[in-house]
Design a protein around this ligand. Structure first.
Ligand SMILES: NC(=O)C1=CN([C@@H]2O[C@H](COP(=O)(O)OP(=O)(O)OC[C@H]3O[C@@H](n4cnc5c(N)ncnc54)[C@H](OP(=O)(O)O)[C@@H]3O)[C@@H](O)[C@H]2O)C=CC1
Ligand SMILES: N[C@@H](CC=O)C(=O)O
Length: 393
């Protein structure tokens, strides 16, 4: 069996998790030879001789054939991975921000250096979405991939909707549990989910969307009145990431938006840090993948699966992706949306093509109607913290 000598970058929530898991699995024939972290003075639950703060202790060691990159700094991670590839090392990473930003370059470098780049943990933690899209759905015609891909926001929304917990308390608990990013803005403003849907879109549809082109709004503008509205109407609120193909034009609409989900829908049952993804296909209709999307051991399980896959030289084939073709994203379509606001000066009824419902209260008002996807790209709508934008499915 091929021997894997691992250089591990990062010993935080996930890094320490994979260290512990590998310690308990000697049969895997995978050994962590060195761990590079940022702060050498921190106490660690592993022998001190394993640690270094010098990346070259891994990258320049010819005996190390696998780099497992689990750090919180995506720029530093980019340098590490590029150098690792150029040194002929395989790379396993969980860093969705870095991957979504440099996907094309990293895939090219992987091929040029004839190594493997695996990143199952970067999307939906323990849920094997990438491997399924790559292998199982390779020949199936997919229409959409849609669901909950961020554990932190789903944890917060669950606590707010079901336990009347405050946003701040729920966020703090998500951080304490190790679900949130080092800067939780990435979670709560939807950037993390946008990176994940970008990665999913490449593996599902063979098209690369830049993270900035995903229509994105996070959960920070949501108000108690929105949760009250949801309850009255039989919905819950979820942050839904979606890429959907228009069968007539081939164009893809790619969004990360708070969404009212009917309580009897599968996605409504995905709570706390769990993630759930629906895969819509012409042949098999709809399938559902579900599991823990964040946290130490769920994420370590996906990293472990990638490390074991290296034993048989596994590599994503990415057969659907043609890097010479530019995809068409978010160019046309209408969505049914609810917009809530406190102050009448924030009334954006002019943005709607059709208005179905309007409520003007003393403290809070809302409008429901059809809105063109091009209007959803407007910064005045997406980035206005006074507007609560929620899609109706
Ligand atoms: N937490 C989760 O549930 C999930 C996380 N991920 C991803 O996994 C990665 C790691 O996340 P997580 O473990 O939560 O993060 P943590 O913040 O818990 O740990 C980050 C680790 O990175 C190290 N680090 C930061 N900058 C550098 C650097 N420049 N050079 C070397 N080491 C560095 C830190 O060192 P030090 O200890 O010295 O501070 C620390 O050990 C991220 O990309 C994240 O997005 C993916 C899926 C789920
Ligand atoms: N912060 C992320 C961690 C996993 O990707 C999340 O909450 O989903």
């Amino acid at each position: 069996m091929k021997k894997l000598n691992i250089g591990l970058f990062g010993f935080g929530v996930v890094g320490e998790g994979i260290y512990k898991v590998l310690e308990e699995k000697p049969q895997l024939n995978a050994t962590i030879k060195k761990i590079v972290i940022k702060d050498l003075t921190k106490p660690r639950n592993a022998p001190s001789e394993l640690f270094s703060s010098n990346a070259d202790d891994i990258l320049e060691d010819d005996d190390i054939n696998v780099v497992v990159e689990l750090i919180s700094d995506s720029d530093a991670a980019h340098n590490i991975i590029v150098k690792a590839f150029n040194k002929g090392k395989h790379v396993v990473s969980a860093n969705k921000k870095l991957i979504a930003e440099h996907h094309k370059e990293l895939l090219e470098l992987q091929d040029k250096n004839d190594v493997s780049f695996l990143y199952e943990a970067s999307v939906c933690g323990s849920v094997p979405i990438i491997r399924n899209l790559e292998e199982y759905f390779d020949n199936d015609l997919l229409n959409y991939v849609s669901g909950i891909v961020n554990g932190t926001t789903n944890y917060i929304l669950t606590k707010m909707a079901n336990e009347n917990e405050s946003y701040q308390d729920a966020l703090k608990a998500a951080q304490d549990n190790g679900f949130a990013e080092a800067d939780p803005t990435a979670d709560v403003e939807g950037f993390d989910a946008a990176s994940k849907i970008s990665i999913i879109t490449l593996h599902a549809f063979g098209q690369k969307i830049n993270v900035d082109d995903v229509i994105r709004k996070g959960i920070t503008s949501l108000q108690v009145q929105d949760f009250k509205y949801a309850k009255e109407k039989g919905y819950t609120i979820k942050l839904i990431a979606k890429s959907k193909v228009n069968p007539e034009t081939g164009e893809i609409n790619s969004t990360v938006l708070p969404t009212f989900v009917r309580l009897n829908k599968t996605i409504a049952l995905v709570n706390n840090e769990y993630n759930g993804v629906l895969i819509g296909s012409s042949l098999s209709d709809e399938q559902f993948l579900y599991g823990k999307g964040a946290g130490r051991f769920p994420t370590a399980s996906a990293v472990l699966s990638d490390i074991s896959a290296l034993k048989y030289d596994y590599k994503y084939s990415i057969r659907k992706y043609d890097n010479t073709q530019e995809g068409k994203f978010n160019q046309s379509g209408k969505l049914k949306a609810y917009i809530g606001f406190k102050d009448q000066k924030d009334d954006v009824s002019n943005l709607f093509d059709e208005i179905e419902e309007r409520f003007q209260g003393k403290d809070y008002s809302h409008i429901v109607g059809l809105i063109d996807i091009n209007k959803l790209k407007q910064k005045e709508l997406i980035e206005n913290p006074n507007l609560s934008l929620i899609i109706l499915e």
